[in-house]
Each structure stands twice: as structure tokens, then as C-alpha cells.
Design a protein around this ligand. Sequence first.
Ligand code: FAD
Length: 426
Amino acid sequence: MAQTRQPTTVDVAIIGGGLVGASLACALGDLIEAEQARANEQARADERESDGEPRAPLRVAIIEPQPLPSVDEVGAYQPSFDARASAIAHGSRRHFEQLKVWPTMREQASPIRHIHVSERGHLGATRLHADELGVEALGYVIPNAWMGRALHARLDRLPIDWHCPARVETLEPAHGGYRLTLDTGEIIQAGLTVLADGGRSGFKERLGIESDHHPYQQTALIANVEMSRAHDGWAFERFTQEGPMALLPLTGRRMELVWTHEQGDIEEALALPDSLFLDRLQRAFGDRAGRFRRVGQRHAYPLSLITARETIRPHLAILGNAAHSLHPVAGQGFNLALRGVMDLAAAIETARANGRTAGDARTLAAFEASRTADTHRIVRFSDGLIRLFGIDHAVLGYTRAAGLVGLNALGPLRRTLARRAMGIER
Ligand SMILES: Cc1cc2nc3c(=O)[nH]c(=O)nc-3n(C[C@H](O)[C@H](O)[C@H](O)COP(=O)(O)OP(=O)(O)OC[C@H]3O[C@@H](n4cnc5c(N)ncnc54)[C@H](O)[C@@H]3O)c2cc1C
């Protein structure tokens, strides 16, 4: 039976230790360490000559219900054929470098050196190359489980209050912040609470924060496939009448398939025997990546655009999927969330340097002001991509093909778009 204890007071409580919550805790790592070093220095000075209370260093708690693999298991990691992966933009790599997790991340990262965008039934393809843009890779594909482990291994070395496995059961405004009750009986009083729960806990709704839901009536079929030849760092996006599809390079000859289906077609696509599924995939995709030799487990994700109408309140910020859940074909969800993480960490650092708290209204207003334009742009971009390519209309079809060919011819514009897609330019 869980025991109720005295509340623990923290500056920042992060609900959810998924990719976004764990990234935020890592992003606050340098600030925590710097403030601790200053506090230690001041404590030593105070021993010599006492002048007032030293300010306590930033205290951060993170709560995650899923048990984590032990840090030792990080070294023993072997990606299975079916491991889920995400496309990480070049800009996100720079953020991971700042978080000091990139050296571990890159061990399992497959670089995207070229991108090929095409449309079935129409001439013209857009090709983007990393070397044209003067970068090592346009992006990287990294298994989600590996990203999680790299983040958790870094957190393990930071002075952070880890509550895992533990679930936040209640969240109530109290004493200039929020009071969190965990299923372990612990109580946390936080100056700033960050909702990074992927929209899964129901707290957003319980707090009366409304969201706009736009179901696409589509489902993404995700599976890893093995190709007859090496992918050489090519990623493919292809727009077909059945829906957009993306093929991303993984280690070896494996690639990750994201194939959007109309709602009514998904059950059949999931149930097809592997050989028939591979035939259908080959017909839809063509031969540009080689022959599809093997398919792993197929998963279905119903797609919708969900955006929270509020992302801040006094003492509360919402990040990641809880704030915006996008169509995965453009691979932007986590990249966008990571920019939010970096901006929130920067706003907290500025606030602390100016004697303000993490949860005060000016800190959160500064965070929101830094996010609005980027979030709107990415939501419009991913939503527009699906609408533009989802409409089955011959005239539009040619316009799209022309657009793709035109895009290929317009060097500087294409480079700007590519830099945006890579997260180098906003
Ligand atoms: C099919 C698919 C493919 C994608 N591909 C890409 C891609 O290629 N590139 C990209 O940038 N993005 C991609 N995305 C988007 C990306 O996966 C999300 O942006 C990202 O996973 C969001 O992470 P999160 O931490 O916000 O949420 P989650 O991963 O859902 O994590 C939330 C965490 O909160 C915890 N939690 C829930 N309730 C509680 C509670 N009561 N108390 C404490 N903790 C709680 C959960 O256990 C979980 O660990 C894709 C999405 C999908 C669906």
C-alpha cells in the first residue's frame, strides 16, 4: 500500500519521460550543473564570510510510468528487424550535440544523404543532396528505443529527481504552482509543470484545455522492409493515389516504410500475406529503391492533426505530442517538439539569470512568443502536404508534377526549402 509523504518542492516537474520529456530534462542539465557549481562555490565563500542565503540550484523532477532498461543495457542494444525509428533533421542533430547525447545517438543513426520525391503517374522527381548543401547528412534515421536510451543514459548522470516507474495521478493548482500526486504516494509541489505526456494522461482535458482535432480519415501503415540492394543513404517520398509513402534508410539493407492508407483499406493491407503485400508495395513504389525482399511486422496508426488551443498557463507548459500531433509522412513531429524543448530551456535559463522563476508568466510568455511562428509553419506545411497530394484530380496532378519538376529546376529556392526541412532555417 502506497504511503502519503510530505510534498517535495521542485522548480520544474516534467510529466512524461518519453522522447520529449527526457530531452527537456537533458536540456536543463547544463543549467542545473552550473547552478550547483555556483551554489557550492558560494557555500565555500560563506564559510569564510557569511552574507545571506545562497540561492538553491534549479531542481527538476521527471515522472515516467514505463520502466526503463538499465544503463548497462545501453551497451548491449541490438536493433531488431522491426525496431521503430524516426527521421531526425540536421537541426535536431545540433540540438542533440548541445544535449551531449549525439555521440551515443550517432552509433545507431543512419544518415540520409539524398532525398528523392516523386509522384506516381507523373514525370519529374525532386532530388536533394547533402553535399550540395554543404552538410554531412540531410538528416538521420534513429531507432526510437535507442534515442530513448541515449537520453536516459545522460539523465542518469545528472542530479535530477527520477520517478520511474511512477505515474502522475492528480494535478491540481496549489501554492503558486501545481501539486502532483503520484501513484507511489509521493507528492510534488512544482513552480512549473511541463505536460510532456504525449496527450495520454487526460490532464489536458481535465484542466479544461481544448484541442482542435482534425481526423484525416487515413491510417499510416508502418513496417520495416529489406531491399535487394544497398540504399546508399537515399530516402524516398512518393505520392500515389492510395496515399503518400516514405521509405527511410536504416542500418544494413533495411528501410522503414511509412505508407498512408485510406481508412477502409488498412485492414486488408495489414492482413495480406507477406508475399502479396510485397507485390502490392512494389507496384505502388516502383523499382527506384530496388526490389522489396522482406517485410517485418506491420503496424497501423490512425492519423489526425491535433493542436492544443493553449500551450501555456501560469505555471504550466505543454510540449510535444500533447501540444501538437502531426501527420508522420513529413517526419516533423519530434523535430518540432525538440525546438520547443530548446526554447523552453532557454526561457528558463534567461529567467533564472534575471532572478525570475521557471513558472512565472514572463518566462512562459517568452517561451510562447518564440514558438508560435515555427509551430504554425510546420503545422501548415505537414497539413498542406497531405491535402495537396491527397486530392485525386487530374489537373491538380499535373500541377503537382510540374511543381516537383519546377522545384528541381529552381536551385536557390529548393535549397531554402531543403534547409527549412532540415531545421537549419526557420
Ligand atoms: C507513425 C509515426 C511516425 C513518426 N515519425 C516521425 C519522424 O520520422 N520524425 C519526427 O520528428 N517525428 C515523427 N513522429 C512523431 C513523434 O513520434 C512524436 O512527435 C514523439 O513521439 C512525441 O513524443 P512525446 O514525448 O511528446 O510523446 P510520447 O512518446 O507519447 O511520450 C509521452 C510519455 O508520457 C508518459 N505518460 C503518459 N501518462 C503519464 C502520466 N499520467 N504520468 C507520467 N507520465 C505519463 C508515457 O508513458 C510516455 O512515455 C512520428 C509519429 C508517428 C505516429
